[in-house]
Ligand binder design. Structure first.
Ligand SMILES: Cc1ncc(COP(=O)(O)O)c(C=O)c1O
Length: 377
């Protein structure tokens, strides 16, 4: 039986029998008369940069074994994960802040800067930081990426220099949706001489996927610079997007300030248990990277064959050119059972496709070749 059509063992009792969940495109089904959810094989989800492997065996087993804890508040499990993260990052536990996904950390970082802040972001980049800021009336300055799709740090610096009041600079590295890296030495040079009124939020959601020699974590600054916040997630390399766990690594005073904007008990018990198990599972990390490498190879080979330019990816997705109109392309892909990324203006001549299992990428490649035959891409 195909992996995705398995009934997910251990989830019994979750669903009301016979209902179809109100989730995207009928992805989650409940069998009539059954109390189990199953994941539909279609559409293939190449839209949200998820890890297609599903939870690691260690995390899955730990979660199933701990289901009986779901009625308990997560208190005791938080500290175990914080301690494990502190050991991993070689910082003190008080330098770690947990969030319900790294998205919550980004939201907290925006709120912590206060209403008079200016938020400076690249364009395009991951939308959550500008979105959270705009929602609460904080000014956002968008600086187009350079021609090589790295952050235009020089222009971002100019914007920061002419902003009065607190500044938050969001650097997504590698960047979503382009998958490209900004050389760390350039970020370091700015951090080194920036005044403390500039808060750097360096989002490293795809850190593990980046093998570019110009790339390294900004974590080295959290020992000495209270104005640097590094953001990581369990959603990507650890395949926990649905469980919602992310974190910040920062100077202890900064971490303490940031945590004031967190909801109490924001990290749930089962996510913490899965995270603790995942952190010890180096083999799963290796497997995630290998599956990603193989899927990316299938994808880029097809794009090259069709002459569709693609950006160098240091992540689990690839931004590539399409010929024709993006909403029409997305609709046609969906009609052929494949979900691809949302539009990322101003890059409306490009589509972002996440890397799924190798067989899913073969199916995507076949579909793209067929689109070409029909003159659609
Ligand atoms: C750059 C970046 N940051 C953060 C997130 C959100 O991750 P999380 O699931 O941890 O909230 C994503 C998700 O795609 C992302 O691409």
């Amino acid at each position: 039986m195909e992996r995705r059509t398995f009934l997910r063992a251990g989830l019994g009792g979750v669903a009301a029998a016979g209902l179809t969940a109100p989730l995207a495109s009928g992805l989650l089904l409940a069998d009539r008369g059954s109390t189990r959810w199953r994941i539909a094989a279609e559409p293939i989800r190449l839209s949200s940069n998820e890890n297609p492997l599903g939870l690691s065996d260690a995390a899955r087993e730990a979660v199933i074994a701990s289901l009986g804890e779901a009625n308990r508040y997560p208190g005791p499990y938080r500290q175990a994960v914080i301690d494990a993260l502190a050991a991993k990052h070689e910082v003190r536990p008080e330098q770690i802040v947990l969030g319900a996904g790294s998205t919550e950390i980004l939201q907290m970082a925006v709120q912590a800067r206060g209403p008079n802040a200016t938020v400076i972001v690249a364009d395009p980049t991951f939308e959550d930081v500008p979105r959270y800021a705009e929602r609460i009336g904080i000014r956002v300055e968008k600086v187009p990426l350079r021609a090589d799709y790295s952050h235009d740090l020089e222009r971002m610096r100019e914007v920061a220099a002419r902003s009065s009041g607190p500044v938050l600079v969001y650097i997504c590295n590698p960047n979503n949706p382009t998958g490209t890296v900004t050389p760390s030495s350039e970020i370091d040079a700015w951090i080194e001489e920036a005044p403390e009124s500039i808060q750097f939020v360096v989002d490293e959601a795809y850190y593990e996927y980046a093998a570019d020699p110009r790339y390294r974590s900004a974590q080295r600054w959290v020992y000495t610079k209270p104005n640097v916040l590094v953001v990581r997630t369990f959603s990507k390399i650890y395949a926990m997007a649905g469980m919602r766990l992310g974190y910040a690594v920062a100077h202890s005073g900064t971490a303490e300030h940031l945590a004031r904007w967190a909801a109490a008990n924001n990290a749930n018990t089962l996510a913490l248990i899965a995270a603790r198990a995942s952190l010890g599972d180096r083999e799963f990390e290796r497997k995630s990277l290998e599956v990603n490498r193989r899927g990316r190879e299938i994808l880029t080979k097809c794009l090259d064959e069709l002459g569709l330019e693609h950006l160098p990816s240091h992540t689990n997705f690839v931004m590539h050119r399409i010929n024709g109109d993006l909403p029409t392309y997305n609709r046609r892909m969906e009609e052929h059972g494949i979900l691809v990324g949302r539009p990322f203006p101003p890059m409306v001549t490009h589509s972002r496709v996440s890397i799924g299992l190798p067989e899913e990428m073969e199916r995507f490649a076949e579909t793209l070749r067929m689109f070409r035959k029909r003159g659609w891409v």
